[in-house]
Design a protein around this ligand. Structure first.
Ligand code: 2AM
Length: 181
């Protein structure tokens, strides 16, 4: 049995999408008095969160069992989850049937390998920053309305390991499944 790791499945962004998302984050950072903002290399769209597990091999198997065709996804308006201690700001995803279908198939495959997943509804979002406190007077609505529509091609699913380091979170891709059908 391997050691416990914190795993999740995600879609990684191509360089153009990372650049556009990083610019959106710069705008948010400029309007914030406090917050912890997602570093460019950490930008991802979570599909399924597995949490701590010592069954990475089973998770890899589940990921590799999911087949599908590439599809585009478009990030839409920004929004926030309100939290004590500062909000989580994110970019939402425009309604996207292929994304929801592949997320469901992936969740099913993980369950088929014996993983217990959260039952709450999937809310696709790209986290821009956490524990964010905006400066008084910052026009969050204008910032959000001024963001370019981000269209990202999705060509692969990734199984990621998440580690907490002194410098923040580190995410490492440990398995990739190309969408090629
Ligand atoms: P978040 O960005 O909204 O926090 C790695 O932690 C990834 O898994 C993050 O993108 C995180 O989403 C997501 N995730 C989903 N459910 C989670 C949970 N219960 N705990 C931690 N991260 C979770």
């Amino acid at each position: 049995m391997s050691a416990a790791e914190r795993l999740f499945a995600a879609i990684l962004l191509d360089e153009d999408c990372r650049t556009a998302a990083a610019q959106a984050i710069d705008g948010l950072r400029a309007g914030a008095a406090a917050g912890s903002f997602t570093p460019r290399e950490n930008l991802h769209l979570t599909l399924v969160f597995l949490g701590e597990t010592d069954r990475a091999d089973a998770a890899r198997r589940a990921l590799r069992s999911v087949e599908g065709a590439p599809f585009p996804l478009t990030f839409g308006a920004a929004g926030r989850f309100r939290r004590d201690g500062g909000d989580i700001w994110w970019l939402g995803v425009e309604p996207c049937a292929p994304l929801l279908a592949i997320q469901r198939r992936l969740a099913q495959a993980f369950r088929g390998e014996g993983f217990e997943l959260e039952r709450r509804a999937y809310r696709p979002h790209l986290t821009l920053g956490r524990r964010v406190a905006l400066r008084p007077g910052f026009g969050a609505g204008e910032w959000s309305a001024g963001l370019p529509k981000l269209r990202c091609p999705v060509r692969a699913l990734s199984l990621m390991r998440s580690e907490r380091t002194a410098g923040g979170m580190r995410y490492t891709e440990i398995e990739r499944q190309q969408l090629s059908r």
